[in-house]
Design a protein around this ligand. Sequence first.
Ligand code: SF4
Length: 636
Amino acid sequence: MSVESLFPRLEALLPKVQKPIQYVGGELNSTVKDWDETTVRWALMYPDAYEVGLPNQGVQILYEILNEMPETLAERTYAVWPDLEALMRSEGVPQFTVDAHRPVRAFDVFGLSFSTELGYTNMLTALDLAGIPLEAADRGEDDPIVLAGGHAAFNPEPVADFLDAAVLGDGEQIAIAITEVIREWKAEGSPGGRDELLMRLAESGGVYVPKFYDVDYHADGRIQRVAPNRSGVPWRVHKHTVMDLDEWPYPKKPLVPLAETVHERFSVEIFRGCTRGCRFCQAGMITRPVRERSITTIGDMVEAGVKASGFNEVGLLSLSSADHSEIGEVAKGLADRYEGTNTSLSLPSTRVDAFNIDLANEFSRNGRRSGLTFAPEGGSERMRKVINKMVTEEDLIRTVTTAYTQGWRQVKLYFMCGLPTEEDADVLGIADLAKKVIKAGREATGSRDVRCTVSIGGFVPKPHTPFQWAAQADHETVDRRLKALKDALRGDREYGRAIGLRYHDGKPSIVEGMLSRGDRRVGKVIRAVWEGGGRFDGWSEHFSYQRWMEAAAEAGVDVDWYTTREREENEILPWDHLDAGLDREWLWQDWQDAVNDVEVEDCRWTPCYDCGVCPTMGTEIQIGPTGKKLLPLTVV
Ligand code: SF4
């Protein structure tokens, strides 16, 4: 049955809202397929505003892969701003896709990609506007399967009541597999309704269906047991890993935004996974092992993507791009290819070594000099050992000084506050380090015209990391340490003016902490916050700590218990039945090593230290070098 476009009704509202262009679709490389010629239809959402959601790689990749499949359609939807939400409610316009402005409720799957837990309230807005019941238990046969992916889906328990399903890990292959399961079920006449469909997805492996698991609790609130409540459902659900990135060279045709977005460039992921072993880094832990894209595929993707989009900036993405085994060749090859054109290259580089400066120089041959960011993360040598960030003060000073002598006048240094075992002195160490950097920079350049910006994020312990057992620092402690740091920098007459400081207060991290390590009982807090007006919690101007605390108190949820409480080794954690491949004993040992300042090397260059991922997932590290080179582009 055909589905009407909502655009005529939406169009009447657009003159009354801010940035109406974000809702109109029709971007270069967007796709609109005939509804009636397809049998499985996905609405994909990045649950934030268009300006943040459009550049999201995960959504763009799935959008393209699904639309390439015959009889399959994928469209995108984003969070609407409160001004349009109010008008949609008063005029009865439901949540729509931006591609063909079809109602989200008409799709088979409503797939959401969560990079951060602070997008949960936006999911509830979208469900409600779509006319889809908020709780999975209330949904009927005409409602789509609400499916979560992305890094936050590695612990979807706080939103378990709102989800029909979740998938862990790389989405490319599992999205295709889910599509085929749905297609087959529909072709058979949808036997057993959505319950059987969910059962088929759960049985096929790799799709977590929360309602098929019961959670029991001890009297003190800890989890006693998480167990399947029907036969055929696996005890543990595993993550998905795409092994050969060269086989999945997406996006091939990047979307070109109509409205301003946070990134306006074509991004090519040059490898996935990271084994540097930074203990705070959930992304590094859950995306293991390292899988590189080959230099030739990177070259081909850049060429095709630039042609298809007209973007004049290309970003080489990964968790630590300078670690690609042939990054020097990639940088030189691409810089040669695009020298003299208006295509510039950037590398979000965070590793602290001089090699990064060589790369940055290579990439700035085209005249554009991008900012340099280094992330020592911890302010003292001891702190950096705890978090396994193997950077010495000497390394940092040498690297930044090299940048200053090579013409950079400004560098950004990224740190975290609230790390496990952190003391006031560790945070004050950030000020000392920044001053030493400026002092060395002035000496090396003979000029006072060198600056650095210290940017600080609040640490949040994350599931599937060695810090999953750690006590989160309370926001008063974090704020006190940040204030002391600010005073130490501002009060310094010699260096204070050369050092900028950027930080947020510690309150949002507490909410993020509760959502990150929460269980199903936290769901009612999320719902109450949303009902109380919570929207766009990732935006400081919309976030209300008070609203979250009041909702938690009303729901009888003890925020401290979820955040500042250290867990014991044997406590069942809400995500223990979700398998990121990491061996729980290894994670515990790594947590003990952290407390004892013991460092772990990178298994790319040292023997495997048995984190568990490769044997559990049947995967292996895949790195070059391939020895190949990028040849000049032939001009036809
Ligand atoms: S199993 Fe071994 S080789 Fe594989 S990611 Fe873990 S430490 Fe590295």
